[in-house]
Every structure is written in structure tokens, then in C-alpha cells.
Design a protein around this ligand. Structure first.
Ligand SMILES: *Cc1c(COP(=O)(O)O)cnc(C)c1O
Length: 394
């Protein structure tokens, strides 16, 4: 254990099981630890580093902004947040933006917006239907929205107003809808919950139901957005448009930011009803603007699609080779590999030893969410390491 790791043990609350590596710096899809060891990074800051580590356009935008204006009250206009808002609206089906600092905060705001909508248009309806195996964040209300017992049990009682129903089952949504329902909130593809894809026509059926009932469809695109799925936003691939969408993770390529986006008709906050001290922070928004502009101008979503297909095909090859790989699934550069037993941790550790960072999605599954700027060479390198690590099993 290094000096830093000893200090961490002494001073930190034990909220996370860290891997025994202290990262010092990063560049592109690579990071280096305190001993100068290099790793290929297929975790990407948890699907955050969309342009990789310290991308020049992001580093330059941040550097210029910290020397110009770091923070100002939202009582004043600041330019970076307005530029980012315009670019987000121009490149999505939504009309209005609210900026905050994280995914959970964005989802909290989206639920407040839906309740506000319910007060205006649905006789005070305030309940939000969410899905089992979802993940919407760690605040108390988002733990209530997150349909996974392990996140909820330690914190009972949870805030009221959420109903968790089975994912990929539109009948369950219909059965849970009543006069109190103001919105359905879901991830188009579930990330933390297992990289679970929507079944055919599920999202269109949910969209149709929301239209029929006049309730809002909130898409949590915090993990799937910003090009990771092969289109700028996942909804584009399923032939639907949300009324409200939340973003965070990849939006500013590593700077902390979150956003709620809404169609005009769902944009019902009035002054004073919602806010965030740091929301729309000029430095985070300058990073977001640089990130989104680069993604759009260089078709980074197209790259994620092409390289994602290649990565998926290479993972499929491993599945042919190793009997204990039971499933490969996902889309774009959000992919998972499942095993017949709980070997994910040992595979992660073995990959780490060999210079590759991968995420343990579940005791029996890995997740791959590398920066969106990688090419086939990085995939070949990562898969070479993974192949060796899997070859040591049993
Ligand atoms: C990570 C994540 C969140 C929570 O984001 P934080 O920034 O950690 O609060 C919410 N929803 C989804 C789909 C996520 O992947």
C-alpha cells in the first residue's frame, strides 16, 4: 500500500472499494499511476471522459475560462452557459436547458419539473413511474427512483412519489399509471443496472402511453448521451422524442456538470422555483461547449458506432473461445460481457496487472465504456490483454 493509499484509509469514509492504483495523469485513452505505469483506460472515468483524458480542446477551453471568470451568481448572465445551451438545443429535439452539477441533481430537477407540470396540468399529480434495475443517482429521492433494493434498503424510509415497475414491460407501466401519475422516467438503455437494452417497440409503446395519458416521458441519458450509443442521444435510435431529458457524465468530458433539457411545453419552472449555486458554472460550461462542439464537428458519435461494432465483434470472438462467457451485449461504446460464474473481480484485477482498466458491472459481468475517441488499435490492444486474462481462468 502506497503512502497515498494509507492516508486514504485513515481519512476517508469507506463508500467505495478502490482498486490498488493511484492515478496521477491521463492523456487520450491512457492513464499513468504514481509509479509511472501506463494503463489503457476502458472505464473512462465511468463513461465520463468522452474525449479521453485532457483532450486539447477541453484543456484549452478550461484554461482560458479559469483565467477569465471562474464563477458568478446565476442572477447574472454568463456567456459559456448560454453558448452551451444553444448548442445543446440546436443538436437535440429539446428546447430549453437548466444546468446543474451532477446526474443525480439533474434527475432531481427533472422530477421537480414533472411535479410542477402535474400541478399545472394534471390536477396536482406528483408520482413518477421508474423501472427495476434502473440507476438514477444517490440522493434520497433518486435512491427511491432507482429500482434496486441494494441501494434502497439501507436508507428507508425513502421519499414518497415513486413507483418502481419492471423494465421492458409496458403493461407494468400501464398498470401503475393512475390519476396521481405525472411522468415515466427511464434510461433508454440501462447502464449501472446491467447494460440492459430495450426490447423491440418498448420505447415507442411507452411514448404512446405517455401521450395517451398526457404524462411526461423523462429520459435519463446521463450514461447513454453525448454520442456513446453511436448517435448523439440514444432516443434518436428508437424513433421517439422525450419531453424531458437529463444529461451529465460525458457532457463536459470530465468537468462536473449536469443538465435538464425540456420541450417548450414541459418547461414550466417560473423564476425562483429551482436553482443551483454552481449550476452553469462558466468553467464547466466552457468544457461542455468544447466537448459538444468537437463531438458534433468530428462525428464522434459515428466513431463510437464504428469502433463499438468492432469492439462488440471482438468480444463475440472471445465468447466463441471461452465457454464461460454467457453473453455479450450493449450498443456503441457501452458494452457488457457476462460470465457463468462470479469471476469478474479476478478478471478486473488480472487486466489491471496487465495494464488495462475495465469495470466490474456485477460479480459476474464486465462493462466497457472507453473514451469515444478510441480507434480499432486500442480495441485490439485491450482485447489482447483481456484474452490473456481470460485464459488464466480455471
Ligand atoms: C451515473 C448516473 C447517474 C448519476 O449521476 P451522478 O453524477 O453520479 O449523480 C444517473 N443516471 C444514470 C443513468 C447514470 O449512469
Amino acid at each position: 500500500m502506497s503512502r497515498w493509499q494509507e492516508l486514504e484509509l485513515k481519512y476517508f469514509m469507506r463508500t467505495v472499494e478502490r482498486l490498488p492504483v493511484t492515478l496521477i495523469r491521463g492523456r487520450g485513452a491512457r492513464v499513468w499511476d504514481e509509479n509511472g505505469r501506463e494503463y489503457l483506460d476502458f472505464v473512462g472515468g465511468w463513461a465520463v471522459d468522452s474525449l479521453g483524458h485532457c483532450h486539447p480542446v477541453v484543456a484549452e477551453a478550461v484554461t482560458e475560462q479559469v483565467q477569465t471568470l471562474i464563477q458568478a451568481s446565476n442572477q447574472f448572465y454568463t456567456i459559456p452557459q448560454i453558448r452551451l445551451a444553444e448548442l445543446l438545443v440546436q443538436n437535440s429535439c429539446l428546447d430549453k436547458v437548466f444546468f446543474c452539477n451532477s446526474g443525480a441533481e439533474a434527475n432531481e430537477g427533472a422530477v421537480k419539473l414533472a411535479r410542477r407540470y402535474g400541478k399545472h396540468y394534471l390536477n396536482g399529480a406528483c408520482e413518477v413511474i421508474t423501472m427495476t434495475n434502473s440507476f438514477h443517482g444517490r440522493t434520497l429521492a433518486m435512491v427511491a427512483a432507482t429500482g434496486q433494493a441494494k441501494f434502497q434498503q439501507p436508507y428507508l424510509p425513502l421519499p414518497a412519489g415513486f413507483v418502481n415497475v419492471e423494465y421492458n414491460n409496458v403493461e407494468a407501466i400501464k398498470a401503475a399509471t393512475n390519476s396521481q401519475t405525472c411522468a415515466v422516467m427511464l434510461e433508454p438503455v440501462q447502464g449501472e443496472g446491467g447494460v440492459n437494452l430495450p426490447s423491440d417497440n418498448y420505447l415507442t409503446a411507452v411514448r404512446r402511453w405517455c401521450d395517451q395519458k398526457g404524462i411526461l416521458l423523462i429520459l435519463d441519458e446521463i450514461q447513454t448521451g453525448m454520442g456513446r450509443m453511436g448517435t448523439l442521444f440514444a432516443y434518436e435510435q428508437y424513433g421517439i422524442e422525450p419531453d424531458v431529458m437529463t444529461l451529465a457524465k460525458g457532457l463536459a468530458s470530465g468537468m462536473p456538470i449536469g443538465a435538464i433539457m425540456a420541450k417548450d411545453r414541459a418547461s414550466v419552472f417560473t423564476p425562483g422555483e429551482h436553482g443551483s449555486t454552481y449550476g452553469g458554472n462558466p468553467v464547466a460550461c466552457a468544457a461542455g461547449y468544447a466537448t459538444l462542439k468537437f463531438i458534433v464537428e468530428n462525428d464522434i458519435a459515428g466513431n463510437a458506432k464504428r469502433v463499438g461494432q468492432y469492439l462488440a465483434s471482438r468480444l463475440e470472438n472471445l465468447k466463441q473461445k471461452f465457454q464461460f462467457i454467457t453473453d455479450v451485449r450493449g450498443h456503441g461504446l457501452l458494452l457488457a460481457m457476462e460470465f457463468s460464474s462470479d469471476i469478474a473481480h479476478s478478471v478486473v484485477m488480472d487486466c489491471l496487472d496487465r495494464g488495462l482498466l475495465v469495470n466490474q458491472l456485477k460479480p459476474n459481468a464486465l462493462r466497457f465504456m472507453p473514451p469515444l475517441i478510441i480507434g480499432n488499435e486500442e480495441v485490439d490492444e485491450a482485447l489482447g490483454i483481456l484474452d490473456k486474462a481470460l485464459s488464466t481462468i480455471n
